[in-house]
Design a protein around this ligand. Structure first.
Ligand code: ZN
Length: 243
């Protein structure tokens, strides 16, 4: 089975459409949360996930946009965007988002968590130490997370050695029996690894591989929509830099 992993779409429907248009044949699509917040088209993105995603999570920006976590936990720009996203939501899409979990076991092989299995809403896994501690908080060989907007690979090999690094564009990671992994496919709607292209990954459960992919999209189209909506300039600007 080929499973497409997407995360942190952040209301960027132009980037999402580019990724969906570039996808190879696949069997399932799983969404790791933060479908809204930051960007200009929350309803389009939610609708797509409702139609396409077999499993989907909520993230911290989703919860903030729903008014379910405090906006005080966000910087002023993110807060403004979350409030704006809240005001746009169509009732049935709000209900869809509200019903999603922030963490989901998909036995026997995978666990999904927006941020980390230990703290699915807030924790950033950006180093080996944080990843290592999180191994205790799930029991499957694989855990998929989003939240940092950086494609990353953490692996604990069966000899006890660990490795934490970026997943590079086009890379095909071979999954080893007995090793455990925390994988972040990167962000579709607001990449932060210096590469502005939309990021996603494909897990091939038969070939035992995960491929990291990037797709170019019309960044200026999203920026225009953000400016037309009155969203903060800085949030539009950063899309061009992938930061
Ligand atoms: Zn995010």
């Amino acid at each position: 089975m080929r499973i497409v992993l997407v995360s942190d779409i952040h209301s960027n429907a132009v980037a999402l459409a580019a990724v969906l248009g570039a996808l190879p044949r696949y069997d399932e699509l799983w969404c790791l949360g933060d479908t809204i917040g930051y960007g200009p088209e929350p309803n389009v993105c939610l609708q797509k996930m409702r139609d396409l995603a077999k499993y989907a999570l909520t993230g911290n920006h989703d919860l903030a946009s729903l008014g379910l976590v405090s906006l005080a936990d966000f910087n002023a720009l993110a807060r403004t965007a979350n409030q704006w996203n809240n005001q746009q939501l169509e009732p049935e899409l709000r209900a869809y988002l509200q019903a999603l979990p922030d963490r989901l076991p998909v036995p026997p092989e995978a666990t999904l968590a927006h941020a980390s299995p230990r703290d699915p809403v807030w924790e950033y896994i950006l180093d080996a130490g944080t990843a290592q501690v999180n191994l205790k908080h799930f029991d499957t060989p694989l855990c998929f997370v989003g939240h940092t907007h950086v494609p990353t690979i953490f692996v604990k090999h069966d000899n006890g050695k660990t490795e934490f690094r970026r997943g590079t564009p086009g890379e095909i990671l071979e999954l080893k029996q007995g090793s455990r992994y925390i994988i972040n496919p990167g962000s579709i709607g607001q990449p932060r690894d210096g590469d502005p292209r939309a990021a996603y990954a494909v897990w091939d459960t038969e070939a035992h591989t995960i491929r990291f992919n990037r797709v170019e999209y019309d960044i200026s189209a999203t920026q225009r929509k953000m400016r037309a909506a009155g969203l903060p300039d800085m949030l539009a600007d950063r899309l061009a830099f992938g930061r």
